[in-house]
Every structure is written in structure tokens, then in C-alpha cells.
Design a protein around this ligand. Sequence first.
Ligand code: UDP
Length: 425
Amino acid sequence: MNTTANDHIALISVHGDPAVDIGGEEAGGQNVYVRQVGEALAQQGWQVDMFTRFADANQQRIVQHQPNCRTIRLTAGPAEFIPRHDIFGYGGNFVEELLKFCHNEGIQYSLCHTNYWISGWVGLELKKRLSLPMVHTYHSLGVVKYQSVEKIPPIASTRLEIEKDCLETADCIVATSPQEKEYMRELVSTQGNIEIIPCGTDINRFGSINYRNARTHLGIAPETTVIFYIGRFDERKGIETLVRAVGALKLRREETPLQLVLGGGSHPNKPDGAERQRIEGMVTELGMESFTHFPGRIDDGELSAYYAAADVCVVPSHYEPFGLVPIEAMASGTPVVASNVGGLQYTVVSEQTGLLVPPKDVESFRQAIDRILSHPEWRAQLSVNARKRVEEKFSWEGVAAQLSELYAQLISEPVASINQAQANV
Ligand code: UDP
């Protein structure tokens, strides 16, 4: 491959620290993406520095993940958790600290890859000041997200403007699914370069333990039917829909020993605690406590066993730009029932690796889960197809190889010539 091995590249993720534990507060897919992409790119020869905000006085300033891959935490605002939209006010400090770091260390980055709009703004500044090639991944598009929220935050207009600027100015945008690319073209701008490179998953870790061993490991009886959710506790994740669907399912299948596992989420005093409390309240109200389990944050070591032990994994999000959870479940051989939205339409192939149903539609979720649970042979086929799809399309190594090629091209060729080449096609 024609990469510029040994070049320094900066992955920027101001609010999504790649070195923290995943699952609580606002740590989710973006943190995982940056960390995994960073490590896989380092394996392919790049010198990878991942920049994030110093958000806790007890954190290390620099975390070395591999000899040529580290997380660097820069001071930008107080050393405490700040909700992501309030971080934007410290973007200028972040840029200054990053430039200072480059100067003190004598490092010249060949390219920056920014994640989410706040980092996108940082990248646009770096591009102006250092003429650095810039690649951007949105992780979430404001214009789509605001269609599914009731209250539009005051930061919205700034975010939308920066997201448009990123698309028109960055050297390349990485869309993680064809659906995301379509949204960009329809709702953000017709200008700018977009490449589709999906998110990935660790196909060695997920799939490393089988159904039976996973159940023994977790102490789940073979006859128990397990319905699994994992992720942040955020209203947009649609956990309420799942709870109501399983409540309805249980009424029809009273004799089936059933367990609903709702993994992830922090304690009540953390930012996502309110949603977790709301969901716990609903479980009590619906009389579902005896078969609903809240294990809290599930760490890396246990997660593959939870996925493998589940009969079905449910992703009931109202909106999902990509969604790592379905590909982790599928890599573990677990069929997925997901909302028919965004990146979920790309990762989950309905009727082949699981089922897609309309978001927020309790009865459709109930029916889809019931259908998979009622047909064990079909479930086994979905499981085989699911694993195969992830192996073919969503390994981190494959994703990093595609990013690597894109970076090498942008570093070696001025963007104008790429635009020209595309115009000539
Ligand atoms: N996750 C985890 N432990 C938890 C909860 C979540 O490791 O207790 C991970 C999950 O496995 C996935 C990520 O957090 O890799 C969530 O990513 P996704 O793209 O599904 O959702 P996001 O958080 O980005 O909205």
C-alpha cells in the first residue's frame, strides 16, 4: 500500500476521550472509534497522536497505548466534566494548546482527522493556520439530530454553520454509511468531497466466546431467553420503546423464563443518571423488576460474553448515525432488532442479520423480537449471516486500511488535483 509510513497524524476528539472507560457519562461510540482507529493506524505504521480535553484532575496528561499511539489531554476549560455543547466555548484554548504542544515537541503533523463538529471547528482553525490536510467524521449531524429532538438547543445555529463549513472546506469527509452521505448531500451542502468508510469492530474479541460458554460464565440458565440492550442511557436511544415492547411480550409469554438486560449507564448523580432513573421507574411501574437486570457499565472483558449469551440484541434508537452496538452484536453471532433509521439501515440487513422496524413503534418491536425468538432455526441462520457480514465489511483493520489509503492520497496530492481528477471522471 502506498502509505506515508512514519508520518505523524493528529486525531482530534475534543469531547470524546479515547482513553476513558466507555459506557458512562457521554462516553460512547466516538471514544471507541477514535481509540480503535488510532491503534489500528499505528499498527499500519503511522505515528498517531489523539488529542482530547483534560477533563479530570486525576487523569494522566498523556496515555501511551502503543509505542506509536498515544492520547494527549490538553487544558481547555476547567478540569472537570463539561457537557459537550458547553465545551465549544473552550475551542480557542484547545487550538492554542495544541499549537503549543506541536511547538514544544517539535512535531509537524501531516494531517488531522477531526471527530464531531466541535473538533471540526478546531480542524478548520488548524487548516487555516498550518495548511494541514483535514479529514472529518461527523459522528452525528446536527441537521438530522434536531429533527428528532423536542427542544432545539441555543448552540444549534453555530453547530449547523460549522458542519456546513466542514463539508465544504475539509479535504475529505468520511461518511460512515451511504445513508449519512445522502443526508449530507440533501441537508448540508452539495459541495465538498465525501468518502464512505464505515466504523469497525474487533472481530477477534466479539465472537471469541460461544453462546453456551458465555451463559455458563455469566451464570445464565440455558432455558432463559435473554433480550439485550447495551449503550448510553439517553432518551434518543429509545430504551423506553424496548422496555414497553418486552413488557407486552412477557404478557403473551408468561411461562417463558425471560431476562431483559439493560446494560450501560451511570449512577444517579452522573449526567445520564436521569434517564436511567426514568427507565428504572418505568420498569417498576410495569411490574417488570423480577426479570429486568441493570448491570450498569459493562467493561471490555465482559461485553463479548453478554453479547454472545443474548438471544437477541435490540437497538431501538430514534436516530443513529452509525451505531457500533449492532456490529458488535452481529460479530458475536447475535441477531439484531433495530430501528429502521440512519446507519442501522446499512449495518443490519433486515431478514438476513436481524430485523428493522419503525422507531418508537412498541408493537413492531414486540413482534420482531417475538418472531426471532419463536424460530430457533431461522435465528441460527441470522446468526451465521450476521457474523459473516461483519467479517466482510466492518473489521477495524479493514477500516483503518481504507483510512490509511485516503490519508496517504491527501498528503501526497494537493486537494485541488483530486477535485480535478474527480471532475474528469
Ligand atoms: N459500551 C461499553 N460498555 C457499556 C456501554 C457501552 O463498552 O457499558 C460501548 C459499546 O460496546 C459501543 C459504544 O459503547 O462500542 C457505544 O457506541 P454506539 O455507536 O452504539 O453509540 P453512541 O454511544 O456512539 O451513541
